[in-house]
Design a protein around this ligand. Structure first.
Ligand SMILES: Nc1ncnc2c1ncn2[C@@H]1O[C@H](COP(=O)(O)OP(=O)(O)OP(=O)(O)O)[C@@H](O)[C@H]1O
Ligand SMILES: [Mg+2]
Length: 258
């Protein structure tokens, strides 16, 4: 469960204090699928980063499974992130000196996976990049980098997946396959999904839509035409074929922004 209580965030830019978030209180139960929507600049990425402990709020508390993460040391927070959170950054944050397959293998190696390379290859194949594994990020298109970032965030099957516009740079076909993967992760493993998106199709697939405006929560609703994914054959790639069944649910994720 993710719980935010009266969270605010004030940053300084050009010598002036800017209030980015104000009075955000939000509880996301385990296994829920939530879309965060709102205009550009409304604070969506900032809010997602706070949930991952990548930044600290100016005031308020944020709990992950009952633990207040705003008071943790950097190293303790990195440990919690490794165990609990997969994060897909709006701007990918792939490691430029590593190839696609090496980028995906990093969290697997950190988690002690012995066949990290093989599993990274399976994941990249699942996102349609079997022919780009040896490419460096600079040699990949924006959409291809995004898919590598998605595969990396999935790699250790985290219980919470936070994704900042995971389909933002993808064409409709590739976007649909990434959405399939996200929904499969929820269906097969009960992953909590919190997705920032401008895509109404993706938002409508979530169980709940939280809308932001000017740093505040504007509305919090069920989409009118949400679907029941448990009964839907949405997934094109069964995750059992991607994830071995004996993997612990508390594996690692990349722990830094880069
Ligand atoms: N480090 C910073 N210092 C000052 N202001 C910042 C900083 N980071 C973000 N902001 C401002 O905070 C506001 C919210 O930014 P944020 O990136 O959370 O928006 P967003 O809703 O994700 O927008 P988008 O849809 O364009 O990605 C923006 O007005 C932005 O300019
Ligand atoms: Mg953003």
């Amino acid at each position: 469960m993710i719980s935010l209580k009266n969270v605010s965030m004030v940053l300084t830019a050009a010598g002036r204090s800017v209030r980015i978030l104000e009075g955000i209180s939000l509880v996301i139960p385990a296994k829920q699928m939530v879309a965060i929507v709102g205009p550009s600049g409304s604070g969506k990425s900032t809010l997602l980063g706070l949930m991952a402990g990548l930044d600290r709020p100016t005031t308020g508390s944020i709990e992950l499974d009952g633990q207040d993460i705003t008071t943790l040391s950097e190293s303790r927070m990195a440990h919690v992130r490794r165990e609990k959170i997969g994060y897909i950054f709006q701007s990918f944050h792939l490691i430029p000196t590593l190839t696609a397959i090496e980028n995906v293998a990093v969290p697997l190696e950190l988690s002690g996976e012995r066949q990290a390379g093989m599993r990274a290859a399976e994941l990249l194949t699942a996102v349609g990049l079997s022919d780009r594994m040896g490419h460096y990020p600079v040699q990949l298109s924006g959409g291809e980098q995004q898919r590598v970032a998605v595969a990396r965030a999935f790699a250790c099957r985290p219980p919470i997946l936070l994704a900042d516009e995971p389909t933002g740079n993808l064409d409709s076909t590739t976007g649909a396959s990434v959405i399939d993967l996200l929904l499969s992760l929820h269906r097969d493993y009960g992953t909590t999904l919190v997705l920032v998106t401008h895509d109404p199709t993706l938002a409508a697939l979530m169980q709940r839509v939280v809308s932001m405006r000017d740093g505040c929560l504007e509305s919090d609703t069920l989409p009118s035409y949400s679907i029941v994914i448990d009964e839907s054959p949405i997934a094109a790639t069964p995750l059992d074929q991607v994830f071995s069944p004996d993997r612990a649910s508390s594996d690692a994720i990349p722990e830094s922004r880069s």
